[in-house]
Design a protein around this ligand. Structure first.
Ligand code: PLP
Length: 851
């Protein structure tokens, strides 16, 4: 229960208006789930947003509000507490409650192993005391009041996980909770994303133990260099923990790990316990377990008792939780979180427990968290994976760094896979390998990678889904945290996988699918788009230039690649080294290629392009046979294919495509008759022709736009097996009401006729959000359409939100994609701009972050 007057007193708050409810069951930190008898906590990050969330909380029945600015709406019947800073106020309130109940706090901090430590300490203390345990409290200061709100007066202890997000968090948390004991599990190389260096993170968590009173207890991992170096600064009593390291107070040694249990001997002073068991896996969890033993001793719980209690402890979901996978494989779910430290530790554990009959699959997603790719961390993981795993599947563009490092460290590339999405990861596990009971699947990734999806798909028994990780709703963060990027593109490669499969179904097995990934895959990210295409039925890639091929080869994509455009002869040796196929369309260039290839002693693969009626790149139709004959005579060129391109396939009513196709077929006949050569591939169809003109598929199609779920044209629509892959978003950064007669944007092109609410968006033509001759016209916000007013600036845009009263700073805005029930498709945007969807997605500039 939260008492209004205690809250006012503890937080030095003031009542705003007449109080109503005086007791509340709980806080609501999220307006959308506020309810009667709850006190809604309006945090301060977004001032305009706060007002809207307050309204939403009131609409949902909240009985009270704590906020920093007087609400701008009728709060009759609601108790409103005004404070200078909501988070500080709630920390003071937490301190007050802990004092009032006389509850002693035990705080656990570190980069990994905190939840296991919190739960283990809770189990041990519960032997003698009523104890409150919260191992799932959210990071940051706000986690403290969220946890303390659930504390009961009879709790003698509260065991809390203290996770600083920003510098200063730890000392604020320590001040409000005054812990009687502080535990540092491990730091290693792990840290959270707002800390620039590991040392900075270590400095932050060290506040926990440095500020402990002399009568308190600090429990430290003696094997962690950064933690050990804090020893000199601690005033409290200290217990150090070590695994087979003989300087520590408590030592676990003689470790024997298996897939079922961890066995160890324990030494503390002159006490010795041999052959102790834990159902918790992972040697590094022993630090958390030993911390619980130390806390138990501190409160007169004998080691025997604690050891026997802890032997019953079961793994937590997503923390080295062993399950039964398909084919009776051993499935190790370690999807809760990942940093390079924890990934390397778990690989080492696996190395210790596996035997030579086991085949080890390491399935690894992005670590997330750290801003930018933590390249050295990923490389370290790859190095270890190379010695331990038999098969390595890396999902996501950063995880690829680990996969490549595994290859560099000797792992055969035949056993290393890189994927862009969960379903491709699962299908490699299921289709490339026959899993059996010797197989061990270790699945790991950071929260944003959501690798628990892969675990779910690989379970043998559906009933085991109960033991999977369920992610906390992270919505509560939204009102308190602005997105870190102002405009970004989201790519749904799962959707792309479906599109590729649909295309493959359409063309059948006899036709080869060449996936066109030029221009960064039409803005969809060339590497992951190419991977997705190859994983789902494409066998050839098409790009515009050697430079694009370099990017793909650099990502160890080995599929054949055709360069669709002109390649200068001086790049011939590079083309050969990259093993790409060039397009030839005139004799002079073909001879130059041949000469250079001969000088360098190799044979270059080429496709010959003929112009059957588009007037673009290609040898004229009636010169094609002659060119073919010449090319065939050039012994350092290998003529693998002949192709042409349609100019009107997107307009099925035209018979031009039939004319082009007839001409192309007659050329192919002539070539065969007159040269006796039949190239391996003959191709003409782009997406439109592939979908609308089956006869044109020949034995290869070159599809681009359809891969990305966009319609080839208004007359050639994709069926509902296809869906768009790309969503482009930004946020609202200012909302204001302009008076009548107020100009908007450069050139005062728009002037308000009445008062008008407008919102400013941090996106403009420099991002490819076009200004002239026409702009997007409208965007989506709050699931509704909002018109763009005034001119688009280089990096700013103004929209009118008169009709959407709830719009607030921080709101997500969709520039392409779906929001609620509204869709703003690339096709609709293209119509506005007077262009085609192709241009819309390719002009969203590469500098916009993609994820
Ligand atoms: C871009 C391109 C394609 C792909 O066209 P879509 O309409 O996107 O399917 C096919 N062939 C050539 C030669 C291209 O340049």
């Amino acid at each position: 229960m939260i008492n209004l007057y205690e809250l006012l007193e503890a937080s030095s708050g003031q009542l705003f208006g007449e109080p109503s409810a005086q007791l509340f069951e709980d806080f609501s930190f999220e307006a959308s789930i506020a309810r009667p008898n709850h006190l809604y906590v309006a945090t301060s990050a977004t001032v305009t947003g706060t007002q809207r969330f307050i309204r939403q909380a009131i609409d949902n029945g909240a009985s009270g509000i704590i906020c920093e600015h007087p609400p701008e709406l009728d709060t009759h019947g609601i108790s409103v507490v005004l404070v200078r800073n909501v988070v500080s106020a709630l920390l003071s309130w937490s301190q007050f409650i802990l004092g009032k109940y006389g509850t002693r706090v035990i705080g656990v901090a570190g980069a990994a192993g905190k939840s296991v430590a919190v739960d283990a300490i809770g189990m041990v203390l519960a032997e003698r005391f009523p104890v409150y345990v919260n191992s799932s409290m959210p990071p940051g200061r706000i986690g403290i009041p969220m946890a303390i709100a659930k504390l009961k007066p009879y709790h003698k202890f509260a065991v809390l996980k203290l996770s600083p997000v920003n510098v200063g968090d730890m000392s604020a948390m320590v001040q409000s909770t005054q812990p009687v004991a502080g535990i540092l599990t491990t730091i290693g190389e792990g840290r959270s994303k707002n800390f620039d260096t590991i040392e900075q993170f270590a400095e932050e968590v060290s506040q926990l133990v440095e500020y402990l009173a002399p009568s308190a207890l600090a429990v430290l991992n003696y094997d962690d260099d950064l933690i050990r170096s804090m020893l000199s600064k601690i005033r409290a009593d200290v217990n150090t923990l070590g695994i087979a390291s003989y300087g520590a107070d408590m030592i676990a040694h003689n470790l024997r790990a298996s897939f079922e249990k961890t066995t160890f001997d324990l030494r503390f002073g002159d006490q010795r316990f041999n052959e102790q068991y834990l159902a918790i896996l992972g040697n590094y969890h022993l630090y958390s377990i030993m911390a619980a033993l130390c806390i138990g001793l501190r409160y007169d719980i004998a080691l025997e008792t604690s050891l026997s209690v802890l032997s019953q402890m079961q793994p937590l979901p997503g923390r080295l939780n062993r399950m039964v996978g398909k084919g009776n494989s051993t499935l190790i779910d370690d999807t809760y979180s990942a940093n390079s430290q924890s990934a390397v530790s778990v690989l080492k554990w696996l190395e210790a427990v596996k035997d030579e009959t086991n085949r080890v699959f390491f399935v690894f997603g992005e670590m997330g968290g750290v801003t930018g790719a933590n390249t050295s961390g990923y490389r370290a993981i790859g190095t270890h994976a190379a010695t331990i795993a038999d098969v390595f599947i890396a999902q996501g563009i950063n995880a690829e760094i680990a996969a490549r490092s595994a290859i560099d460290n000797g792992m055969s590339s035949d056993h290393v896979f890189m994927t862009s999405n969960h379903s491709d990861t699962v299908s490699i596990l299921e289709q490339v390998y026959q899993l059996d009971d010797h197989d061990v699947l270790l699945i790991k990734g950071g929260p944003s990678a959501r690798m628990e999806t892969v675990v779910r798909a690989m379970l043998r028994d559906k009933a085991d889904e109960r033991a999977l990780l369920t992610r906390e709703s992270l919505n509560w963060i939204q009102p308190t945290q602005m997105p870190s990027r102002l405009t970004w593109i989201e790519l749904d490669y799962e959707a792309m996988a479906g599109n590729v499969q649909a295309l493959k179904q359409i063309i059948g097995d006899d036709v080869t699918l060449m996936a066109i990934v030029k221009s960064d895959a039409y803005g969809h990210g060339a590497v992951l788009a190419a991977r997705t295409a190859l994983q789902n039925g494409a066998n050839y890639l098409g790009v515009s230039s050697i430079n694009e091929a370099i990017e793909l080869r650099g990502a160890s994509i080995e599929a054949p690649i055709l360069i669709l455009n002109y390649t200068p002869p001086h790049m011939v040796s590079q083309a050969f080294n990259l093993n790409v196929t060039l397009t030839v369309f005139d004799l002079e260039t073909a001879r130059a290629y041949n000469m250079l290839a001969r000088e360098q002693g190799h044979v270059l693969r080429v496709h010959l392009k003929t112009d059957t009626g588009m007037g673009r790149l290609g040898v004229l139709a009636d010169e094609t046979v002659a060119l073919c004959r010449h090319v065939l005579a050039l012994s350092n060129l290998d003529l693998e294919g002949i192709y042409t391109h349609f100019s009107m396939a997107d307009t099925p009513s035209s018979n031009h495509t039939q004319t082009q196709l007839d001409l192309f077929k007659s050329i192919l006949r002539d070539v065969q008759e007159k040269t006796g050569h039949r190239p391996k591939y003959t191709h003409a169809a782009n997406s439109a022709a592939t979908v609308a003109f089956p006869e044109s598929r020949l034995n290869m199609v070159r599809t681009g736009i359809a891969l990305y779920g966009m319609h080839p044209s208004d007359d050639v629509l994709l069926d509902d097996r296809f869906s768009p892959v790309l969503t482009w978003k930004t946020i609202v950064v200012q909302v204001k009401t302009l008076p009548a007669g107020h100009p908007v944007g450069y050139g005062n092109l728009y002037v308000t006729t009445d008062t008008e609410r407008v919102a400013v968006l941090p996106v403009g033509y420099a991002d490819g959000f076009r200004r002239a001759p026409a702009n997007w016209g409208e965007v989506l916000v709050q699931g509704r359409r909002a018109p763009i007013i005034g001119r688009i600036s280089m990096e700013k845009t103004i929209i009118s939100v008169n009709h959407i009263p709830d719009v607030a700073v921080g709101d997500e805005v969709v520039l392409i994609g779906q929001q609620g029930d509204e869709v703003l498709s690339a096709e609709q945007v293209a119509r506005r701009l007077g262009t085609i969807n192709y241009e819309v997605t390719t002009s969203a500039l590469a500098r916009i972050p993609r994820r």
